[in-house]
Write a protein that binds this ligand. Structure first.
Ligand SMILES: Cc1ncc(C[n+]2csc(CCOP(=O)(O)OP(=O)(O)O)c2C)c(N)n1
Ligand SMILES: [Mg+2]
Length: 666
């Protein structure tokens, strides 16, 4: 078979498999996969350095299908090139527990590098991968030795990806940082679900990316392999700027009626149109999920992948021998291991904001995690999250501090991309707690993917003061606690902050969010209190007046000090009181029932929570007879101490609320 023939047959196999998957499931997105079959053929078949037999090889090229709805394209390519994804699994597209879910899922299907589907995310994740690649290259490559880190990131994105703001934000970050190992493809099919893009998306995309500092090329026809090859070669040669190739395509290419229609985006073509398409392509319309033997042979990339990996393994072995110390660091980095460090401790009574404590903790562990990188959304002076002495990434690729600019959403998605890349231990992003809303899609995905990343959010209550209600989180704790698999930690004082960072560093299977105060809080005098290590269990009895309490006060974060004061005062008046510090609901939920019952004995019904946010959810801990000193309204602009005082976060009010509760319940 002539080369061009086998190429065409392979491309049409990707096309027909994609169509058949959607038709069989009677759900999914056939059109874009059909149109981009040639691109997938080139990327998986000849461009990317990947190994289907070992998808986790560190120096592989990364691939992101940001237009995750077109996942049948990726599944077809993974199957045909020899990944662990059988034809049976393709037939079970979108079915219960199949390896071919409705959008690509990280750690679910081998070869899928990141979960995509929410448009714009994959675009920004790819940029995070580009950060990781440049940082690890600068950290581990040695002059006069072949590089051990040297790969590209290939991303396919769509109109929707480019319409979403996060793609603009992150593209700007990529341009500013000159991430030259990125090769993006924009599927310019001029169609979205609601029809032609002329009704919703009219700016000049090429000029936009040029203005953002990208290297921009266009290919007029998605079926023109020669032009695609040439553009890809140019993009690879451009190492100082990220590249984007705008590829004009026709959705549902090959389908006589469905081509260029918005309907082909997200509906099965129908049996008749599938048959007509197969006929038009010169295929037998009665054959489904048909893979010609010669295509299977032609596209299998296991041998090539093994050869590429072996070649890298050999140079990696030479490098390891020449630089044994670097090799040790490499192993720790890729295993996500944390070196030895000592938790700083603070003396009783020392007054400092937990954000300042956080800063000191970061300096204490920064050498124990030499490949940790991260930064803030233009608030590093406020969130205090600089790794001092680590350098700025925009100055040098070995710099550990990333200036994300005022782009919280991109920051979140970029940190996720760094996280899935591997090698960079515990990437983090920080801003004010209120602006976690701006990064919520990325935070949710970090939790969904179970990524070991850290979110550091400061200015975590109305106690921030003068900036007023726009800046004061109220519903935010509840909103974040509603995200499954996110640990939201609000430490009480400096010593709890050290423990909060400790669990953040140690957690491997999901994100940890640290909620830190802007305002000073007193370091608790632990001489008659439980140790701050209690934070590891999510909640712990901080202090009690006697062994069987009639009343339990539960405080979080900066309000624990006040809660404790109230508890002592009530005890002085003769009440048997227990004070619980509850920095993290999620960790407490994971404790065995007997521990939970020990901290919050079911028979004690008089329970009062003290936290400057909505009470939503607190009924789980205070019970249906308990109460909450909460905020069911927005904050106000005034000095923080005044705001807290006025809203009832003062000794008299907490004591009065507790006394009233006790009377009502007993
Ligand atoms: C954030 C987000 N909003 C909405 C959707 C639903 N959605 C899926 S694809 C799509 C747009 C399709 O247009 P385009 O991105 O151009 O993809 P094409 O149909 O051309 O493949 C939309 C709105 C989504 N997946 N993510
Ligand atoms: Mg489109």
């Amino acid at each position: 078979m002539a080369n061009s023939e086998i190429e065409q047959l392979s491309i049409d196999t990707i096309r027909t498999l994609s169509m058949d998957m959607v038709q069989q499931a009677n759900a999914g997105h056939p059109g874009t996969a059909m149109a981009l079959a040639p691109l997938a053929y080139l990327l998986y078949g000849e461009v990317m350095r990947h190994n289907p037999a070992h998808p986790h090889w560190p120096n592989r090229d990364r691939f992101v299908l940001s237009a995750g709805h077109a996942c049948v394209l990726q599944y077809s390519a993974l199957h045909l090139t020899g990944y662990n994804l059988s034809l049976e699994e393709l037939k079970r597209f979108r079915q219960w527990q199949s390896k071919t879910p409705g959008h690509p899922e990280y750690r679910h299907t081998e070869g899928v590098e990141v979960t995509t589907g929410p448009l714009g995310q994959g675009f920004a994740n790819g940029i995070g991968m580009g950060f990781a690649e440049r940082f690890l290259a600068a950290t581990f490559n040695r002059p006069a030795h072949e590089p051990v880190v040297d790969h590209r990131v290939y991303v396919i994105c769509s109109d929707g990806d480019l319409m979403e703001g996060v793609s603009y934000e992150s593209a700007s970050v990529a341009g500013t940082n000159g991430l030259g190992k990125l090769v993006y493809f924009y599927d310019d099919n001029r169609i979205t679900i609601d029809g032609t893009t002329s009704i919703s998306f009219t700016e000049d995309r090429a000029k936009r990316f040029e203005a953002l500092g990208w290297h921009v090329q266009s290919v007029d026809d998605a079926n023109d392999l020669a032009s695609l090859r040439e553009a890809i070669a140019n993009a690879q040669a451009e190492v100082a700027r990220p590249s984007i190739i705008i590829v004009r395509s026709h959705i549902a290419f090959g389908a006589p009626r469905a081509v260029d229609t918005a309907k082909a985006h997200g509906s099965p073509l129908g049996a008749e149109e599938v048959a007509a398409t197969k006929k038009a392509l010169g295929w037998d319309p009665d054959k489904h999920f048909y893979v010609p033997d010669e295509v299977r042979e032609h596209l299998n990339r296991v041998e090539r992948g093994n050869a590429l990996e072996t070649e890298w393994n050999t140079l990696f072995a030479r490098w390891s021998e020449a630089f044994p110390r670097a090799r040790e660091e490499w192993d720790a980095a890729w295993d996500g291991r944390i070196g030895a460090w000592t938790l700083p401790e603070w003396e009783a009574g020392e007054e400092l904001a937990t954000r300042d404590a956080g800063n000191k903790v970061m300096q204490a562990f920064k050498h124990a995690v030499p490949t940790m990188i991260g930064g803030a959304g233009d608030l590093v002076e406020s969130t205090k999250t600089e790794l001092v002495g680590g350098g700025l990434f925009s100055d040098s690729w070995a710099g550990r501090n990333i200036a994300f600019g005022i782009r919280e959403h991109a920051m979140g998605s970029i940190v996720n991309g760094i996280g899935v890349h591997g090698g960079c231990v515990k990437p983090y992003g920080s801003t004010f707690l209120i602006f976690s809303d701006y990064m919520r899609p990325a935070v949710r995905l970090s939790a969904l993917m179970g990524l070991p990343v850290v979110w550091v959010w400061t200015h975590d209550s109305v106690g921030l003061g003068e900036d007023g209600p726009t800046h004061q989180p109220v519903e935010t704790y509840a909103a974040l606690r509603a995200i499954p698999n996110l640990w939201f930690v609000r430490p009480a004082d400096a010593n709890e902050t050290a423990w909060a960072w400790k669990i953040a560093l140690e957690r491997q299977d999901g994100p940890v969010a640290l909620s830190l105060s802007r305002q000073k809080v007193p370091t608790l005098d632990r001489s008659d209190l439980a140790a701050p290590s209690g934070l590891e269990r999510g909640a712990y009895t901080l202090w009690e007046s006697g062994s069987s309490p009639d009343l339990i006060l539960i405080g979080t974060g900066a309000e624990v000090g006040l809660t404790l004061q109230a508890g002592r005062k009530l005890a002085d008046g003769g009440t048997a009181v227990r004070v619980v510090s509850m920095p993290c609901w999620e960790l407490f939920e994971q404790q065995p029932a007997d521990y939970r019952d020990q901290v919050l004995p079911p028979e004690v019904k008089a329970r009062l929570s003290v936290e400057p946010g909505v009470s939503l959810g607190w009924e789980r801990w205070v019970g249906d007879r308990g109460g909450s000193v909460s905020l069911e309204h927005y904050g106000a602009s005034a000095p923080g101490t005044t705001v807290l005082e006025q809203f009832g976060y003062n000794l008299d009010n907490v004591v009065a609320r507790a006394a009233a509760l006790l009377e009502r319940v007993s």
